[in-house]
Design a protein around this ligand. Structure first.
Ligand SMILES: NC(=O)c1ccc[n+]([C@@H]2O[C@H](COP(=O)([O-])OP(=O)(O)OC[C@H]3O[C@@H](n4cnc5c(N)ncnc54)[C@H](O)[C@@H]3O)[C@@H](O)[C@H]2O)c1
Length: 435
């Protein structure tokens, strides 16, 4: 069978057009888009709980609704924990996590495991695409050797291999998967063309990179650009505060320049996977080649110090009211890494709450998107009555500007308010401080 991007051995059964490995934020968005394009989609997921939930029509990620999952299931979407689903797929896309080890080094364990699960089942003609973000060279030097060793096949000759960075932006209603250009870089030009043909089935614009490493670096550049610019405005915020200058007003003035400038805003420190972790993958790789990216490392350092800075400002604010952090009740508003979503991964709230607890503060939170929150084995009490909670707490810290938070209400009701999102600019006074 030949359809232009895939050649199977005659007589082999193809059960799915695409098998997606890792049904998280990235994998589920891809699965929905592929189902929508009429492809038969299989999913391999190690979490049996996730598979059971998906089979029952329940979504576990923000951007994909339960109704979406039911439509996908009706279209033939088949989530599974059995790696054999990989043996009968025309294309396999790997979307497993790429976290950090405890010591800060890249943890490619899930990517290696996914590659190993595929390798022994890999058939000639299959196209393999890696979407998990990693340092340049991962597809060539980590994934390809595993696939080739266990299968006895050669990448670029017997099977296609490419990297395509995911640009998913949870909660973004303007740019979804179809409307965001997709970069693909193959092990060979033929692999690039095969991957481009695959994605063109459900993405409007596909951009072909020179190779896998260029596509991998493109993703790192995008996220490092954000990390460095966020660090820059965070540094401006700290210095402007010391100098008695309103950094938010200055930033908004700067943003009126119609060319050569893109506005970024300060905050308690970027969370999620992409912005704090991807640059770390890059600095690790650069260091392993005996080089140092000073700017990128400095940006990571500045941003990772922001939760401590927030706690420092909180302590000073309490001190102005002759209160100590020890024994004070502190309410955290918004404990996710982005506004209006439920994802808490890497959010500043973890470190802020940890440090406030260590100072003897009694920490509670309010967040319409997070029904329970456990920190270091102890539940953080959840407040559901916002007005009552802000009036009762000694200090309220706005960490995430979910749109339900009204700046005037917060400024009026909170005994003391530290706003890390710039929402209460213009309302600042003795009891309201903006980062
Ligand atoms: N979430 C985003 O906004 C985003 C954006 C761009 C890129 N990425 C990148 O995409 C990759 C995936 O991110 P995510 O947010 O979807 O992660 P996620 O944690 O939401 O989902 C990953 C899923 O893979 C599963 N998994 C882990 N190991 C597996 C294995 N060996 N076999 C099968 N399933 C396995 C996990 O159980 C989980 O359900 C990461 O490299 C991330 O950096 C994420």
């Amino acid at each position: 069978v030949s359809d232009g991007y895939h050649i199977t051995e005659a007589g082999e059964i193809v059960d799915s057009d695409v098998a997606i490995v890792g049904l998280g934020y990235v994998g589920m968005s891809l699965a929905r888009a592929a189902c929508g394009a009429g492809l038969r989609v299989a999913g391999l997921e190690i979490s049996a709980v996730t598979v059971a939930s998906l089979r029952a029509g329940r979504s576990h990620v923000d951007d994909v609704s339960d109704a979406d999952v039911r439509v996908m299931l009706a279209a033939g979407f088949s989530p599974d924990t059995d790696p054999d689903v990989l043996a009968t797929a025309r294309t396999v896309v790997i979307c497993v996590p790429t976290p950090l080890h405890g010591d800060g080094s890249p943890d490619l364990g899930p990517l290696r495991a996914a590659s190993q699960a595929l390798a022994s089942r890999l058939r000639p003609g299959t196209l393999v695409v890696v979407e998990s973000t990693s340092y340049p060279g991962t597809t060539e030097s980590v994934v390809r050797p595993i696939l080739e060793a266990d299968s006895g096949l050669v990448g670029g000759r017997d099977f296609g291999l490419a990297f395509s960075p995911e640009r998913i932006d949870p909660g973004n209603r303007r740019y979804g998967l179809a409307g965001t250009p997709k970069v693909v870089g193959g092990h060979t030009p033929g692999c690039t063309a095969a991957a481009a043909a695959f994605y063109r089935q459900f993405v409007d614009v596909v951009v072909q990179a020179k190779g896998t490493r260029e596509a991998e670096l493109a993703k790192i550049i995008e996220n490092t650009y954000r990390n460095v610019n966020i660090a820059l405005v965070n540094e401006f915020a700290r210095l402007a505060h010391d100098l008695g200058i309103d950094v938010w007003d200055a930033l908004n003035c700067a943003a009126t320049k119609p060319f050569g400038y893109q506005v970024f805003y300060p905050g308690p420190g970027p969370g999620g996977h992409c912005i704090p972790i991807d640059p770390t993958y890059f600095t690790y790789q650069v260091r392993s080649h005996g080089r140092i990216s000073r700017l990128v490392e400095l940006a990571l350092e500045i941003n990772s110090a922001m939760p401590t800075y927030v706690v420092d400002r909180a302590v000073r604010l309490l001190n102005q009211q002759k209160k100590a952090a020890n024994g004070s009740t502190v309410l955290l508003l918004g404990v996710t890494y982005k506004a209006n979503i439920s994802d808490q991964r890497g959010a500043a709230c973890w470190e802020v709450a940890r440090q406030l607890r260590a100072l003897g503060g009694s920490v509670a939170y309010h967040d319409p998107y997070v029904s329970s929150w456990e920190l270091d084995g102890t539940a953080v009490p959840r407040e559901t009555e916002l007005g009552y909670a802000t009036r009762s707490a000694d200090l309220t810290i706005l960490l995430q500007d979910h749109s339900i938070y009204d700046p005037s209400d917060l400024a009026a009701s909170a005994r003391l308010l530290l706003d890390t999102c710039g929402r209460t600019r213009g309302l600042a006074g003795d009891t309201v401080e903006v980062l």
